[in-house]
Design a protein around this ligand. Structure first.
Ligand SMILES: [Zn+2]
Ligand SMILES: [Zn+2]
Length: 124
């Protein structure tokens, strides 16, 4: 059985291999490249190694990301600044700001997978 190098999904049928890695879908192979590339030098220098933490799943209570600040989009690595919030159904407590690169966003068949890279901004 093959396991997707990005999302970890196991597949009996379908999917494809690329550069010695197996991917369940084209989306995942593209996401893998985005993740490999990561942040550009400028964005790396403006941030710390601290990531947003937590898993990919989010059920409305706990910490999650708000919408991206559109103007903050980096032309080089496509990261955007997003604020981490503590949610209780809706965002109530603002936490730190992070640069975020979305690697994979997929929903369907009752599952939702979100994978992203994040680095905390030095200047909040
Ligand atoms: Zn996958
Ligand atoms: Zn950048």
């Amino acid at each position: 059985m093959n396991q997707c190098a990005l999302c970890g999904k196991r597949k009996m049928l379908g999917g494809f291999a690329e550069n010695e890695h197996f991917f369940c879908s084209k989306k995942c192979s593209e996401g893998y490249k985005i993740a490999q590339k990561g942040f550009c030098k400028k964005c790396t220098s403006e941030t710390t190694d601290e990531s947003i933490g937590g898993g990919n799943s989010f059920n409305g209570i706990g910490t999650g990301l708000g919408f991206g600040f559109r103007k903050s989009k980096c032309p080089e690595c496509n990261s955007v600044i997003r604020r981490k919030w503590f949610y209780f159904g809706f965002p109530i407590v603002p936490l730190g700001k992070f640069r975020v690169i979305q690697v994979l966003s997929r929903s369907g068949f009752g599952e939702q997978t979100r994978i992203f890279l994040s680095r905390k901004l030095k200047v909040q």
